[in-house]
Design a protein around this ligand. Structure first.
Ligand SMILES: NC(=O)c1ccc[n+]([C@@H]2O[C@H](COP(=O)([O-])OP(=O)(O)OC[C@H]3O[C@@H](n4cnc5c(N)ncnc54)[C@H](OP(=O)(O)O)[C@@H]3O)[C@@H](O)[C@H]2O)c1
Length: 251
C-alpha cells in the first residue's frame, strides 16, 4: 500500500538534493506532485525523473510575486494541497565582518522571509489533515562560524514552526521542521564559492566529529520527511526532527 495515494504535495527546491530525493520518494508513494526551483536544466532533469504528470514550476523562493504565481499554478492544476515541504535554500559562507547588506537581504529573503510567505500563500490551498514541513538545519542550535545569516534564519524558522504548530493545528494542519546535519548534496560545498580544499576540510571535520563517521544521504532525510508528511506522525506538532547521525549531540 502506497503511503501518499490521493495526496497532493508541493516541494520547493524539488530539483536538487534533499528536495529531489523527497520528490522521488513521494512519487514512489503515490503522491500527485508539484516542485519548484530556479535552474531550468535541473528542473527539466527532475521532470524527466518524476514523470510528465509532475507540475514543474520555475519560481524564485525569495520573490513574493513568484511565490504567488507558484500557488496559482498549483491551484489551477490540483485545486488543493495536502503536503507542503518548504525546503528551498542555500548557504553562502562568509566571515561576519564581510557580510554586505545585499547578501544579508538575499539570504534572509530565501531562507526566512520566503519561507514565511510561502506558507502564508499556500495556506488557502491546504486541506484539513494537511502537513507542512520546513527544512531547518542543525546550525540553528549551535555556533556556526561564517554562517551567521544562514544559521540565524534557520533559528527563526525553528521559532516559526513552533508558533505555526500551535496556530494552525486548530485548522487540522500540522507544522513541523526537519533539521538535517551534513548531507551529501550540491548544497554542501558545491554552492559555496569556496576553494575545493576548504570544502574538503569542512567535509573531513564533519566526518571526524560525527558519531556515525559519514555524511548523510538525501534519501535518509527524505524518509524522515515522509514520516512527518503522513498520519504516522499524527501526534507530532511544532517540533524539529533532527537527522544528523548524532553530530549535534553533546560529546
Ligand atoms: N546539505 C546539507 O548538509 C544541509 C544541512 C542542513 C540543512 N540543509 C538545507 O536543506 C535544504 C535543501 O538543500 P540541499 O542540501 O538539498 O542543497 P541543494 O541540492 O543545493 O538544493 C537546494 C535547493 O533549493 C533551491 N533553491 C535555492 N535557492 C532558491 C531560490 N532563491 N529560489 C528557488 N529555489 C531555490 C535550489 O534550486 P535551484 O538550484 O534551482 O536554485 C535547490 O533545488 C536547504 O534549505 C538547506 O539549507 C542542507
Amino acid at each position: 500500500m502506497q503511503k501518499l495515494t490521493g495526496k497532493t504535495a508541493l516541494i520547493t527546491g524539488g530539483n536538487s538534493g534533499i528536495g529531489l530525493a523527497t520528490a522521488l520518494l513521494f512519487r514512489a508513494e503515490g503522491a500527485q506532485l508539484a516542485i519548484s526551483g530556479r535552474n531550468s536544466a535541473t528542473l527539466e532533469q527532475a521532470r524527466d525523473a518524476l514523470g510528465e504528470e509532475t507540475l514543474v514550476v520555475a519560481s524564485d523562493a525569495g520573490r513574493l510575486t513568484d511565490i504567488t504565481m507558484l500557488m496559482q499554478k498549483v491551484e489551477t492544476r490540483f485545486g488543493h494541497l495536502d503536503i507542503l515541504f518548504v525546503n528551498a535554500g542555500n548557504s553562502v559562507p562568509a566571515p561576519f565582518a564581510e557580510v554586505t547588506e545585499s547578501q544579508f537581504d538575499e539570504m534572509n529573503g530565501v531562507l526566512f522571509k520566503g519561507v514565511f510567505f510561502t506558507i502564508q500563500a499556500a495556506l488557502p490551498l491546504m486541506r484539513n489533515g494537511g502537513s507542512i514541513i520546513v527544512t531547518t538545519s542543525i546550525s540553528n542550535g549551535k555556533g556556526a562560524p561564517h554562517f551567521s545569516v544562514y544559521a540565524a534564519c534557520k533559528a527563526a524558522l525553528r521559532s516559526l514552526v513552533q508558533t505555526l504548530g500551535v496556530e494552525l493545528i486548530g485548522r487540522g494542519i500540522r507544522v513541523n521542521a526537519i533539521s538535517p546535519g551534513p548531507i551529501s548534496t550540491p548544497g554542501f560545498g558545491r554552492r559555496w564559492n569556496a576553494p575545493q580544499e576548504v570544502v574538503q576540510a569542512a567535509r573531513e571535520a564533519f566526518v571526524e566529529k560525527s558519531p556515525i563517521k559519514r555524511f548523510g544521504h538525501p534519501e535518509e532525510v527524505a524518509r524522515a520527511v515522509l514520516f512527518l508528511a503522513t498520519e504516522e506522525s499524527s501526534y507530532v506538532v511544532g517540533t524539529e526532527l533532527v537527522v544528523d547521525g548524532g553530530v549535534s549531540l553533546p560529546l
